[in-house]
Design a protein. Structure first.
Length: 345
């Protein structure tokens, strides 16, 4: 029996449509209302930033933070949902303006590590051991602003401090090469896994690959995934799509390049990812022009396109494909794939 996939998204994937040149164009949807929509859209996993779960966390004690996270867990249980991960949102706090873990200001670095500890507490309160680190502002607008050697060492020290603080927590690093910073540290999965290997407990540090982030680094997402999969380190994915080297678009999965999407599905199928219980996260955003009443369709559509491509992979004539590979007849292989994707045969 081929495995079945589990899907997740984050509350930020139902959003107001603001961009750097214009205000929100859709009303804010309350968190509780978002949760109500998960099951209907075909999702069971909820991705959290720490302050999605505990909005006032900066004003609360560690005990109060954990208590609030546990309350959210009850809401999830009642809705038949599970938390996939908690991620420290360092980039929206004034102290994280120049990065947290790699800030030149020692007070900001200390704050970032303490915040990540609370994020780990929140993960446990929500019922998961899993954290994701998207290193939003760990980098620079101009290279001369930081000593990058020192900054990478601070990043490793911060990672180690969290691993030692919490012996249960596992951390997936979500690499991205730019935006909001011009030059982001840890731009690819190779960088992320190198950092993992140097850490105090390499077995508890892995990666999350987002399609758009790989494309922004000029790389193919399926090969980035394969690199992590070969090392047993692909612990989640953020599938979406991206039209070339622009701002991070978070388009619906497959919307820009269907064959590139197919290859991401193929590599996950080859790895038996569906049997790992890990989630297929869809980090997709509705277009700004989308009216409020249909601003969740990008999520259901991305899931549907993913499953349609799974079906394409499973119904491919694998014998014919294998024969073409054996004969090094890649024209034949390519025709086979394209005809199958287009439904010609
Ligand atoms: C940013 C991004 C984030 C992370 C979670 O590009 O992808 O939403 O996935 O912090
Ligand atoms: Mn993401």
């Amino acid at each position: 029996m081929p495995g079945t996939y589990r899907f997740s998204f984050g509350p930020w994937n139902i959003h107001e449509g603001a961009d750097p040149f214009g205000p929100p164009i859709r009303p804010t949807v309350a968190f509780a209302r978002k949760l109500e929509q998960y099951r209907g859209l075909g999702f069971e996993g909820v991705q959290f930033h720490d302050d999605d779960a505990v909005p006032d966390m900066e004003k609360l004690s560690p005990a109060q933070i954990t208590a609030q996270a546990k309350e959210v867990k009850k809401v999830l249980d009642d809705a038949g949902l599970v938390a996939e991960f908690s991620a420290p949102r360092l980039w929206e706090d004034p102290r994280g303006v120049d990065g947290g873990f790699t800030s030149n200001d020692p007070a900001a670095r200390r704050w970032a590590v303490e915040r990540a500890k609370r994020c780990a507490d929140i993960a446990h309160g929500l019922g998961t051991n899993f954290m994701v680190w998207w290193l939003a502002r760990e980098g620079t607008y101009i290279r001369e602003a930081k000593n990058a050697i020192e900054a990478h060492r601070w990043l490793l020290e911060s990672l180690n401090e969290i691993l030692l603080y919490d012996r249960q927590i596992t951390i997936a690093i979500e690499p991205k090469p730019n935006e909001p910073m011009d030059h982001a540290y840890i731009p690819t999965i190779g960088h992320a896994l190198a950092l993992a290997a140097q850490s105090a407990d390499p077995s508890r540090v892995g990666g999350l690959i987002e399609s758009a982030h790989a494309i922004l680094a000029g790389l193919d997402p399926s090969d980035e995934m394969a690199f992590a999969l070969a090392a047993g380190k692909l612990w989640s994915v953020h599938l979406n799509d991206q039209n070339g080297l622009k701002f991070d678009q978070d388009k619906a999965f497959g919307a820009a390049d269907l064959r590139r999407a197919y290859n991401q599905v193929r590599v996950l199928e080859l790895a038996g990812y569906a049997d790992t219980e890990r989630f297929i996260g869809l980090d997709v955003k509705a277009m700004r022009t989308q009216k409020p009443e249909a601003a969740t369709r990008h999520l259901a559509n991305s899931r549907r396109f993913f499953l349609a491509l799974v079906d394409k992979h499973r119904t491919l004539n694998h014998a014919a494909a294998g024969q073409a590979v054996a004969q090094r007849d890649y024209e034949q292989l390519e025709a086979l794939i394209l005809e199958h994707l287009m439904g010609l045969k």
